[in-house]
Design a protein around this ligand. Sequence first.
Ligand code: DON
Length: 309
Amino acid sequence: MDKLEGLVAEIAAEMAAQTERGKVASYIPQLGKVDPKQFGIAVTLADGRIVCGGDADTRFSIQSISKVFTLTLALGKIGDALWRRVGREPSGNPFNSIVQLEYERGKPRNPFINAGALALADVILSGHRPREALGDILHFIRHVADDDSIAIDQGVARSEQETGFRNAALANYMRACDMLESPVDFVLGVYFHHCAIAMSCRQLAMAGRYLAFSGRQDGRTVLSPERARRINALMLMCGHYDGSGEFAFRVGIPGKSGVGGGILGVVPGRASVCVWSPGIDEQGNSRLGRLALERLTQGMGWSVFGPQG
Ligand code: DON
């Protein structure tokens, strides 16, 4: 067993024994039914190896991790014109903040808060029907994960559609500011459904390889190295919302969380990592997920801020 395999096994055992696990996100009723006692971890390396621990093959709702993929698609579609629609600054506010959007006249602070992701969905929708836009998103994720079995959990999508009043408020406000092109219902439909995609840690770690390896995976170019670097920068600064500073301080790598309890982490040039534990903290980020990533990056000396002393 090499150092990484030993460490991953150790982290999985340690997380299984934890008692303080955070609370599952019950504001989306279907997510409230998930067993909080689960933990998974998967690490893909530059040589193609994948090291897994715990419930690495259990599928969960990827929620806001999907925003990394919709950002990649939206940038691919309209390039730097995207930055007229959405900013690139940390929000310092909750992911579903309404007040910030009003102060900033309907232009979301960054692509990862909910309002920002609604802008991405609108860009992907442009010129398409919702079904086609969703098809493009699913196709891209299946392609980068190299797995055609990845699908939308329709129960989770319905659950959020029935209760997503804050997101409806954000979308309506953006539309009132002329910041959405497509009908509000279409934008919300695409957004709720891509958040409801179900994937395992193994599948997400595979899907994140292009961010870790300069836009390339499986010998093919997914996007330019410059764009991969920029998405990683946004993940570092904004990927954990008002918990992004704490995540950078403790974990030291770009990461994107979802309220389903997953975190996708990028160690540039070395690894793409996914951890999952359904209990989240007050900022909506997986409690044990962050702890596990902290152990991993410390143990492997993987901070983007410099080598371990
Ligand atoms: O819109 C929502 O509230 C959810 N579909 C996604 C939020 C989320 O995952 C925030 N991340 N930690």
